[in-house]
Design a protein around this ligand. Sequence first.
Ligand SMILES: NC(=O)C1=CN([C@@H]2O[C@H](COP(=O)(O)OP(=O)(O)OC[C@H]3O[C@@H](n4cnc5c(N)ncnc54)[C@H](OP(=O)(O)O)[C@@H]3O)[C@@H](O)[C@H]2O)C=CC1
Ligand SMILES: CC(C)(CO)C(=O)C(=O)O
Length: 301
Amino acid sequence: MKIAVVGSGAMGQLFGARLALGGNDVSFVDANPQVVERLNADGITLDFGTGTTSVVASATTAADARGIVDLVMMFTKGFHTEAALESIGHLVGKATFGLTLQNGLGNDVVLEQQFGSERTLIGMTDLPADLIRPGLVRTRREGKVAIGGTRGAMVAQGVRETFSAAGFTVAETTDVRVPIWEKVAFNSALNTISALTRQTVGQIGTDGGTRALVENVVDEVVDVAHAEGVDIDNDRIMSAVSSAFAHHTDHKTSMLGDIESGRRTEIDNIAGAVVQRGRDHHVETPVLDVLCTLVRSTQPS
Ligand SMILES: NC(=O)C1=CN([C@@H]2O[C@H](COP(=O)(O)OP(=O)(O)OC[C@H]3O[C@@H](n4cnc5c(N)ncnc54)[C@H](OP(=O)(O)O)[C@@H]3O)[C@@H](O)[C@H]2O)C=CC1
Ligand SMILES: CC(C)(CO)C(=O)C(=O)O
């Protein structure tokens, strides 16, 4: 499959490298010319903790990217998706699918403007990626992806098979909104708390205070999701959280990474989007309200 990964940071490099190692024709697109240069010069090395794997990479900025692709995989931060999609319009043909596994809510709406609802694929991943430097990503093998279509799951089958063939664990799902919202619950808790306390995922798990806060946030997101008609499950979310505490011990969440680098966070795409939907449904989210306010006041304006 001919795939353009748009946004070649931690996750773009992880997924693009694994899909390339799986035999796909992957090109990387990024807004930062220095990232492009490093990827072309050094390729990408994935450090799984138990060993490393390397692959050559072909990267460009959007303006230099050429050729219609089968799949555009979005891995910018949520607030950059619209501009990034506009810049790669020339790679999109009538048969091109768009896929987002970005965190947060509302990514489907942005992709549908470019690909139409028939060709928009949405989903989630709980694989972690830490960008040590462009071309070196620390990650883990434990984790999965879930992929579905905004207009039903059938159209997603071919893309799911491509991911399976590249060695990803692809979760079975009848309603892809469920894993997306369950991941939003997970991120609303772990990403905000890590961003504010500067703790790694493992440290949040060993601190009784932050562990309790995680449970409060998850309860609130579950209430909002149920009000939206999405049947997410508190026990399943807490089990994913426990697994991250055990396996993703040293991982700094992407929101903590952003705070440490003085960059804007995805607070409005993740926890802020839940608060907004809570308001729409008259569901109170007092803990999330406080966390959102604190993260917003911590990030650069
Ligand atoms: N890191 C993780 O462990 C996980 C992250 N996610 C989600 O995946 C998504 C990506 O996260 P992550 O990889 O960590 O983010 P990064 O910030 O590492 O990577 C995003 C990349 O996109 C680039 N970019 C910005 N604007 C554009 C544009 N217009 N066109 C092309 N590229 C652009 C950025 O450049 P610049 O830096 O110059 O802005 C950066 O290189 C987020 O939604 C995140 O929540 C999901 C699961 C796990
Ligand atoms: C914590 C993690 C890795 C969950 O998989 C994540 O989604 C993030 O860092 O944004």
